[in-house]
Design a protein around this ligand. Structure first.
Ligand code: NAD
Length: 472
């Protein structure tokens, strides 16, 4: 067995990425302090409770908290003796622009600089994990250098998927180091090699590169995934127009190993705290650098994705015979195109009672940031529908953020009297749902599968009108 010397590590920003990263590093044997500025998140973490829903995270947190290797604080002063600092703060979209808002990164780095510039600290390694525009690492390295702090800066992008965050952090499919030239690069790589030693010893591929490439790897990966999803949603439109079956199409093209089967489920599109803002920030940054091909590719990807939400609203209205026409409510975020809902919809007939199943942007998460499910539910409510939302994990978040929606405590409660069940997040509970168990509850047997996840034949055999984008 290899003995790994523990590293004293700080993790700055303890959200979906940082909290799991901190606990995982403690699990690997290191001494870890997590820092955050959000008192609610901190209180939960200090009490050993996960501040969000993430499978396996509660157990991991309890396990490592008991070892004494992990603690959380609101005070940067407490991380002064750490050798390695991970930056994990948010980089949301700037309001009114596609660009990334780097104010959280800059604030965290300023606070860290004040500590690391102290004459008592000989040197430190700072590893950026937040998703940032290319060029950020170089700017931050200059900032540390100007302060006199002896910092080796590494960019170490994170690829975890919410819902699999613990597994992805402890068993990543690759690790990328973006390194400074020369001695600082070697020092940064050595610190990360120590931190990730048990993972690297398993043979996990490690890619050492420069800062710019490491920053680009992350946004390039997300851009590719987003493009794949919008591609299949564009195919679903043409299937709708021709009677084709997008599921069969996806299966057939996915068997080509150059294409692969994943991320080819037609539906309500991508959302969450990463893909939408990352492709917009990438397009904005690349355009500023004169690389206009990126925006030429990703702007339509974004538009097709927004259009998937519009099409979902239309499909739902049509499925329940609810007549809506171009008007002033239900305005789409998309400005272009001639789809009815892109010009806004106006209800002309009795609004239905609808059961929306799912609110989180993906299953096994309570994250509703830019969630397609929640967006569609909101739009249906804005059109006057009586929308009852059930999500196995995000219910309390939905109640807080969207008082216009009725939050059901169970699937049955949502289904009671509904004119349609609409699956917008593919939780296992919805995929496995027995049609016969809900038939006595609903007003009409209409199932709309917004994620291409349910077994259509099972629902049709039970006498349900089963629909979905691109499904005959
Ligand atoms: N969530 C994911 O699945 C995921 C995956 C890969 C990469 N990322 C990237 O990681 C970064 C963080 O994402 P997230 O989903 O964890 O965001 P998040 O909003 O859940 O967490 C960010 C945390 O940083 C804290 N914070 C802000 N300013 C701070 C400061 N000055 N000092 C200390 N803490 C501070 C916030 O209070 C918050 O808890 C983003 O750049 C994101 O794009 C996220």
């Amino acid at each position: 067995m290899t003995i790994i010397p523990p590293v004293r590590i700080s993790v700055i920003g303890c959200g979906y990425l940082g909290a799991v990263h901190a606990a995982s590093l403690a699990k690997l044997g290191h001494q870890v302090i997590g820092v955050d500025v959000d008192p609610v998140r901190l209180a939960a973490l200090e009490a050993g409770r996960a501040p969000f829903f993430e499978p396996g995270f509660d157990t991991l947190l309890a396990e490592v908290s008991a070892t004494g290797r992990l603690r959380f604080t609101g005070s940067m002063a407490e991380i002064a003796d750490c050798e390695l600092h991970f930056l994990c703060v948010g980089t949301p979209q700037k309001p009114g622009s596609g660009e990334a808002d780097l104010s959280y990164v800059d604030a965290a780095v300023r606070a860290l600089r004040d500590i690391l510039a102290s004459p008592d600290i000989a040197s430190a390694v700072v590893a950026g994990k937040s998703t940032v525009p290319v060029g950020t690492a170089e700017r931050l390295a200059d900032f540390f250098a100007d302060s006199g702090a002896n910092v080796a800066l590494v960019w170490n992008p994170e690829f975890l998927r919410e819902g699999f965050a613990v597994q992805d952090t402890l068993e990543p499919d690759r690790i990328v180091y973006g390194l400074a030239p020369g001695e600082a690069g070697r020092r940064g790589a050595a610190a990360l090699d120590e931190a990730y030693a048990p993972i690297l010893h398993r043979g996990t591929p490690k890619i050492e590169t420069d800062w710019a490439t490491a920053e680009l790897v992350k946004v390039a990966a997300n851009s590719f995934l987003a493009t794949k999803i919008s591609f299949i949603n564009a195919m679903s439109e043409v299937c709708d127009a021709t009677g084709g079956d997008v599921l069969a199409l996806a299966r057939a093209i996915g068997l080509d190993e150059r294409i692969g089967p994943k991320f080819l489920r037609a539906g309500v599109g991508f959302g969450g705290g990463c893909l939408p803002k990352d492709i917009r920030a990438f397009a904005a940054r690349a355009t500023a650098l004169g690389a206009s091909g990126v925006a030429a590719l990703l702007t339509p990807v974004d538009a097709v994705n927004r259009r998937a939400r519009d099409r979902m609203v239309d499909l739902i209205a049509e499925s329940v015979g609810w007549v809506v026409s171009p008007g002033s409510v239900g305005q789409s975020q998309s400005a272009e195109g001639n789809h009815p809902s892109e010009a806004g919809l106006q209800p002309e007939s009795n609004p239905p009672r609808l059961a929306v199943l799912g609110a989180a942007f993906k299953p096994d998460s309570d994250d509703t940031r830019d969630s397609p499910a929640l967006d569609v539910a909101r739009r249906l409510a804005a059109l006057g529908a009586d929308v009852h939302v059930y999500d196995p994990a995000a219910g309390s978040i939905v109640s807080r953020l969207t008082p216009e929606l009725t939050v059901a405590q169970s699937l049955s409660e949502a289904a009671e009297g509904a004119q349609a069940l609409i699956v917008l997040t593919e939780w296992r509970e919805f995929i496995d749902l027995d049609p016969d168990s809900v038939t006595p509850l609903v007003a009409r047997r209409v199932m709309i599968d917004g994620r291409s996840a349910l077994p259509a034949a099972r629902w049709r055999d039970a006498g349900w009108d089963f629909r979905g984008p691109g499904r005959p």
